[in-house]
Write a protein that binds this ligand. Structure first.
Ligand code: ATP
Length: 243
C-alpha cells in the first residue's frame, strides 16, 4: 500500500530524510518513534503529499506521490490524517465537521452522510455531542471527533501525527482507546507517530525507529522493545522509560 524507495527529503539545504526504504502492507499498524527532530512527522507527511520528496520513489495506493501527474486531492481522500491540533472547523457543528468533506468530495447525500456520522460518533463514544460546536468539547473529545471525521471519508490508510501530544494527561487515554480499537480492526493501514511507548508496545505490529532523518530500526514490536539493535534506540528507550 505504501512503498518508499531511496527517498530523500530536504528543507532548503537541510537533509531531513536520508535514504528512506520502507514498505507498509495493507492493514498493518506501524508506529514511528524516535527523538525529537528525527524526521518522524516529515516522513508521515510525505505519504499524503503534505511534504514533497526530492528524489527516490514513493508509491501510495499505486500512485507515485512525487509525480506531478498524481492527483493529491484523490490521494488525500484515500489517506486520512489526524493532527496534533485537531484542526476542526470551529464555526461548524460536530455533524457538519464530519459530513462536510464527504458531501463535497464524495458527493455523499445528506441522509447517508448523517447515518455514517452517527455510527462514527457512536464508535468514538460521542454520539450525544452531534449538535455541539468544537469549543464546547474537551481537547480529548475534539480529537476523537477529528478521528471520526477522517474515517468518514472511508480512507484506505490513516496517519496519526502525535495525536495526543497537545492533550491534558487525563484526556490521553480516551483518544488512545479509540486508536487502539481502530488499529485492532485492521480495516485501515495505520501509521502513528507517538511518544506513547505503552501504546506503541500494545498496538503496533511493527516499530520504525528514526534518528537524524534515518530509519535506524524497522522491527516487529516485541523484538524492538526487548532487543533493540542500535545503541541509539537503547539509549532512547532507557530515557523514555525513566519518565
Ligand atoms: N518546514 C520546515 N522547514 C525547515 N526545517 C524543518 C521543517 N519542518 C521540520 N524541519 C526540521 O526537520 C527535522 C525533522 O522534523 P520533524 O518534525 O519531522 O521531526 P519529528 O521527529 O517529528 O520531531 P518531534 O518528535 O519533535 O515532532 C527537524 O530538525 C526540524 O527542525
Amino acid at each position: 500500500m505504501i512503498k518508499f524507495t531511496d527517498v530523500q527529503k530536504y528543507y532548503g539545504s537541510f537533509h531531513a530524510l536520508h535514504d528512506i526504504n520502507l514498505e507498509i502492507k495493507d492493514g498493518e499498524t506501524v508506529v514511528l518513534i524516535g527523538p525529537s527532530g528525527s524526521g518522524k512527522s516529515t516522513l508521515l507527511r510525505t505519504i499524503n503529499g503534505l511534504e514533497t520528496v526530492e528524489s527516490g520513489q514513493l508509491i501510495v495506493d499505486g500512485q507515485d506521490v512525487a509525480s506531478s501527474a498524481t492527483n493529491l486531492n484523490k490521494l488525500r481522500t484515500n489517506v486520512g490524517m489526524v493532527f496534533q491540533h485537531f484542526n476542526l472547523y470551529n464555526n461548524k457543528t460536530i455533524l457538519e465537521n464530519i459530513t462536510l468533506a464527504p458531501k463535497i468530495v464524495l458527493k455523499r447525500g445528506d441522509k447517508e452522510n448523517r447515518e455514517i456520522a452517527e455510527k462514527l460518533l457512536e464508535r468514538v463514544g460521542l454520539a450525544d455531542q452531534i449538535n455541539k460546536y468544537p469549543s464546547q468539547l474537551s481537547g480529548g473529545q475534539q480529537q476523537r471527533i477529528a478521528i471520526a471525521r477522517s474515517l468518514a471519508m472511508n480512507p484506505l490508510a490513516i496517519l496519526f501525527d502525535e495525536p495526543t501530544s497537545a492533550l491534558d494527561p487525563e484526556m490521553v487515554g480516551s483518544v488512545l482507546d479509540v486508536m487502539r480499537e481502530i488499529a485492532s480492526n485492521k480495516e485501515y493501514t495505520t501509521l502513528v507517530v507517538t511518544h506513547e511507548m505503552d501504546f506503541a508496545r500494545a498496538v503496533a505490529d511493527r516499530v520504525i525507529f528514526m534518528a537524524d532523518g534515518r530509519i535506524l530500526e524497522d522491527a516487529p514490536t516485541d523484538k524492538f522493545f526487548d532487543h533493540p539493535e542500535s545503541e541509539r534506540a537503547r539509549k532512547f528507550l532507557s530515557q523514555v522509560e525513566h519518565h
